[in-house]
Write a protein that binds this ligand. Structure first.
Ligand code: UDP
Length: 547
């Protein structure tokens, strides 16, 4: 069946259910953005020019909100707890609904069992028949629950699963045997999925798929009125939980206060939290639409280093604020910071919000060393005299998210085995120079992204393919590894650095285990062979010919 865009969200709102603060938060958000989704659906409908879209049967099982996982999030919705995940799930549900798919939503193990047709009860009851869904979106908690309640059949059906995974999972952590043997085993990883089945909140390593969320978009009239009403000496501090303010006590709040009126949205019950200085005008935790109103007046949105990589900075920038954030030197990672410890990634985070720093940057984003009070001081002065327009990258608009999710649903296929292909001629120029190769000759059926997007590159010693591709203006595309990892003559090994050229042995090594193809992998003595691709302006998940 052909999927048809939906603009009425009432069926979706009914499906989300009631009885928890998290569900009410998500429903308020869905209602508030309804008009934007409608406009976006109409625009994408025109853009896709009647392209056939399969209607898929989709199950969304929100593991972290189930009672069985302990649901620590729902009771904290109104108390300053994390909201980013709920923002993202609300947007994923809306996107799937608006794209016209046949959607079932489960928020408990009982509902999950009902939808999958497994008999209820304890223990593992394998699902015997065919899977009644084309796609299942869940998270790590949900994956665990499916393993417990689908037993052996999970293995058979896992190509249909997509895991919403905020910070991402790198291939070395995902491969069970490799992770166990080489010290990459964590409490989350080693599910032996294709790493692209993990879908992240921001485009971290392209080994995973970038799912994202949306932020409010302003029309021209709103943009103009915002610019007229900006208060150039008004700052809002990022952090709704008092502990996030401790980081700001070392003087820079004082410096900020010398120049600006400082506002906060810190949750409190009866008394002002002691972490928040008396000169701060604290509004308490605000409903999303009231926070937007505050951001429309403010000139500066300032982060103190935590939370990492949340939605709020994008909302601030979309409302015409400049986001000022600390640079991390040395970078934070699972090796040196509690928050990332045990997360299935080696990614190094060089500022509080790397997306804001790398993909948006000046004049909307300023990343400075907060320990250098001169640098901090001059950043604030610069912000007060800089005029910026509200800005939202296309990939975070409703249309951008619909376009990306549409493309994934229609093109990503982890169930059909991929035929190995080889373009031996590509390697002629390697590995003496950082050769840039082209592959245009063979295009196997159903390759997505299409092979025409491939640009072959050799990294510097120690450099990952994420960096190598980025520095050439491309993005690493793990789906293309299979095309560049083929030359009968070369020994193949199992190692997440491969394919690569060993500087010492002066030879190329290929990858024997496709699950270990990794954009993120790097090692000092290797120059990696990197499958890069082009990407669309402000839609990094998609190549030029990907739609
Ligand atoms: N938010 C809110 N009221 C507030 C402060 C934040 O509704 O007073 C919302 C904000 O609009 C954003 C969400 O909380 O969409 C998540 O914000 P954050 O970036 O802090 O990420 P988190 O750490 O909660 O995941």
């Amino acid at each position: 069946r052909q999927a048809a865009f939906r603009t009425n969200l009432s069926v979706l709102l009914d499906q989300v259910g009631t009885g928890k603060e998290s569900l009410s938060f998500m429903k308020r958000r869905i209602r508030r953005l309804a008009q934007q989704w409608t406009t976006a659906a109409n625009r994408l409908d025109v853009k896709l020019e009647q392209q056939w879209r399969d209607q898929k049967k989709i199950l969304v099982h929100v593991g972290f909100l189930t009672e069985e996982s302990g649901d620590v999030f729902s009771p904290k919705v109104l108390k300053g707890g994390p909201l980013g995940e709920m923002v993202q799930w609300a947007d994923i549900l809306t996107a799937l609904h608006v794209l016209g798919h046949n959607l079932k939503i489960s928020m408990s193990v009982k509902e999950l069992q009902g939808f999958l047709g497994v008999p209820p009860g304890r223990g593992s009851c394998p699902l015997t028949g065919p899977l009644p869904f084309d796609l299942i979106y869940t998270d790590y908690h949900g994956l665990q629950q499916m393993k417990q309640h689908m037993g052996l059949s999970l293995k058979k059906h896992k190509c249909h699963i997509r895991v919403i995974d905020t910070f991402g999972t790198e291939p070395a952590y995902n491969h069970e045997e490799y992770a166990t043997l080489h010290g990459y085993r964590t409490n989350w990883g080693y599910w032996n999925l294709n790493a692209r089945q993990y879908m992240t909140m921001f485009p971290h390593t392209p080994d995973n798929s970038f799912m994202g969320f949306v932020s409010e978009e302003l029309n021209e009239t709103e943009k103009r009125s915002i610019q007229q009403n900006k208060v150039s000496n008004m700052a809002v501090v990022y952090g709704k939980e008092p502990s996030m303010w401790k980081l700001g006590k070392e003087g820079f709040l004082e410096i900020l206060h010398r120049y600006m009126e400082v506002h906060g949205t810190v949750y409190y019950e009866t008394q002002r939290p002691p972490e928040v200085p008396a000169f701060v005008k604290n509004h308490g935790l605000l409903p999303q639409h009231e926070l937007q109103q505050l951001l429309r007046k403010a000139k500066l949105f300032i982060g103190f280093g935590f939370p990492y990589e949340g939605p709020a900075p994008l909302e601030a920038i979309a409302n015409g604020c400049i986001f000022l954030q600390p640079k991390f030197n040395p970078p934070h990672s699972s090796l040196n910071h509690e928050f990332f410890r045990g997360k299935p990634t080696s990614r190094e985070v060089f500022s509080q919000h790397p997306y804001a720093e790398q993909y948006i940057g000046r004049p909307h984003v300023m990343t400075v060393d907060f320990n250098n009070s001169l640098e901090f001081d001059s950043a604030i002065k610069e912000i007060m005299r800089t005029k910026v327009e509200p800005y939202l990258p296309y990939e975070y608009t409703c249309e951008g998210m619909l376009e990306r999710v549409h493309a994934y649903i229609q093109h990503q296929d982890f169930c059909t085995p991929e035929p190995p292909r080889m373009i031996a001629s590509l390697f002629v120029a390697l590995p003496n120079s950082t050769a840039l190769g082209w592959a245009s000759n063979v295009s196997p059926p159903a390759a997505w992204p299409p092979l025409s997007s491939l640009r072959l590159l050799v990294s510097q010693e120690g450099q990952s393919c994420v960096e190598a591709c980025q520095s050439a203006g491309f993005i690493c595309e793990p789906a293309h590894f299979r095309f560049i990892n083929n030359k009968e003559v070369v020994d193949s090994e199992i190692n997440h650095i491969l394919p690569a050229f060993s500087v010492m042995r002066r030879e190329c090594g290929l990858q024997r285990e496709p699950l270990l193809f990794s954009c993120a992998g790097h090692s000092p003595k290797y120059r990696r062979l990197c499958p890069c691709r082009d990407f669309r302006h402000e839609q990094v998940a998609l190549c030029r010919d990907c739609l």
